[in-house]
Ligand binder design. Structure first.
Ligand code: GDP
Ligand code: IMO
Ligand code: MG
Length: 427
């Protein structure tokens, strides 16, 4: 490896969890570097399904260290539930480390997230209501609480005495919502401190030691490039940096160490929440993709919006992240569809565009330009060798490679760890 960035190339839910779990088998460490429990990553192995919101998908491999990095916003309550669920399922959590520098989602963050969404009315973003946006806003405002604060109750109390009146004023005066008290938050969070203490440390020596020894590290992406605060369809984005640059900042690793950036890209497109989506489908084709691909949110259960593959979006993802190789997922979901339209660019106000425009109004109203590729009309879930794929499936992959500008090294043909075709040199 040694450092592989695994980044979502679309609007999230590309199958990053599955691919990270696969790479984790040969990795010494997996670092989740940004986002919060807005993420939902699924791993299927041995007939069992595991869902992760905050814990790195590498945790299923007992010898892999798993780090929740400094760029994450962590809801301690959600994390404890996740830990308990994994313990009950027999997972070994001894190798989990939570960065002291990661910020925490405080009890008022999800409340403010929901109130702000409701206040936006028709312009709402469709957030996961996990409080991720408000927590990152407070981090930037320098009134955030870090995981390390849990071990300093007096500091926590002093800081709450300053921050809580700011929050309560907004809750009360803007929304008429009930206030929070310092005592209740202190009691709740010191309770979490006791239960999480054994995982909380500064992962700096651990990560730097691994780098110095040339060990293999996977950076687990969350969300996707089009949800990136800077590079995505702002304001219909998340509040963090899911792109490759964000992955490095959130893990405390410099670019010199990166040996490969793997873009995880779905063979069609989905999006949860609102915002422009040029290749979005409605009607029978949409229902078919949604049902066949089981496109319902891992975190919220919401039906995902679905559409044809958008090569302009994927190419943009490849370029802004510096993607070297692609893991193409959910190809099996396209088994019964023929032809398969692929968007190669857009037309907006009579002008052609090869990548998603920054102006989201233009992106919302643009006309996708399609190229129709032949379908294969054969089940491919059981295929394990690239040469055994139907010619039309290989044709689809190879045309996508040309359009997107990077080679497909992994083809996923089902949710299970085993249902993966590794092509060429493995990572
Ligand atoms: P993530 O957020 O990028 O980790 O993706 P999610 O786990 O939210 O969503 C991907 C969904 O597709 C999960 O239910 C996976 O089990 C499933 N999945 C992953 N790869 C494949 C695949 O190749 N084929 C099919 N049919 N399902 C897949
Ligand atoms: P994974 O890691 C898909 C979307 C939300 C909403 C927008 C803002 O599973 O790919 P937020 O709660 O982050 O403020 O919501 O971002 N969103 C995701 N969509 N997959 C995710 O994560 C997402 N995380 C956030 O649906 O549109
Ligand atoms: Mg997901």
């Amino acid at each position: 490896m040694p450092v592989v960035i695994c980044v979502g190339g679309q609007w999230g839910d590309e199958g990053k969890g599955k691919i990270v779990d696969l790479l984790a088998e040969a990795a010494d460490m997996v670092v989740r570097s940004q986002g919060g429990n807005n993420a939902g990553h699924t791993v299927v192995t041995g007939g069992r399904e595991f869902r992760f919101n905050l814990i790195p998908a590498g945790i299923l491999h007992p010898t892999t260290s798993c780090v929740i990095g400094n760029g994450v916003v962590l809801d301690p309550r959600g994390l404890l539930e996740e830990l308990e669920g994994l313990e009950a399922a027999g997972a070994d959590l001894a190798n989990l480390v939570i960065s002291e520098r990661a910020h925490m989602i405080m009890p008022y963050h999800p409340v403010l997230d929901r109130l702000e969404e409701e206040a936006r009315g028709d312009d709402r973003l469709g957030t996961t209501y996990r409080g991720v946006g408000p927590a990152y806003s407070d981090k930037v405002r320098r009134i955030g609480f870090r995981v390390g604060d849990l071990t300093k109750p007096r500091f926590l109390e002093k800081k709450l005495a300053f921050v809580l009146p700011l929050k309560n004023a907004v809750l009360d005066r803007l929304y008429g919502a009930p206030p929070f008290t310092v005592e209740a938050i202190l009691a709740e969070y010191t309770g979490y401190a006791a239960r999480l203490a054994r995982y909380i440390r500064d992962p700096f020596p651990l990560v730097q030691g691994a780098l110095a020894r040339g060990e293999r590290i996977v950076l687990e992406g969350a969300q996707g490039t089009m949800l990136d605060l800077d590079l995505g369809t702002y304001p219909y984005v998340t509040s963090s940096y899911p792109s490759a640059g964000g992955a490095l900042a959130g893990a405390g690793i410099g670019p010199r160490h990166v040996t490969r950036t793997l873009g995880v890209i779905k063979a069609y497109t989905t999006r949860v929440g609102y915002g422009p989506f040029p290749t979005e489908l409605a009607g029978a084709a949409a229902d078919h993709l949604r049902e066949t691909g089981r496109e319902y949110g891992t975190t919220t259960g919401r039906p995902r919006r679905v559409g044809w593959f958008d090569a302009a979006v994927a190419r943009y993802g490849v370029q802004v992240n510096g993607v070297d190789a692609i893991a193409l997922t959910k190809l099996d979901v396209l088994d019964d569809l023929d032809p398969l339209p692929v968007c190669v660019g857009y037309r907006s106000k009579g002008v052609g565009h090869a990548h998603p425009m920054a102006n989201i109004s233009h992106l919302k109203h643009c006309e996708p330009v399609y190229e129709a590729l032949p379908g294969w009309r054969t089940p491919i879930a059981g295929v394990r060798r690239y040469e055994e794929l139907p010619a039309a499936a290989r044709g689809y992959i190879e045309r996508l490679e040309e359009l997107v500008g990077a080679p497909v090294t992994h083809v996923s043909v089902g949710p299970d760890r085993e249902q993966t075709i590794v092509r060429g040199k493995a990572l």
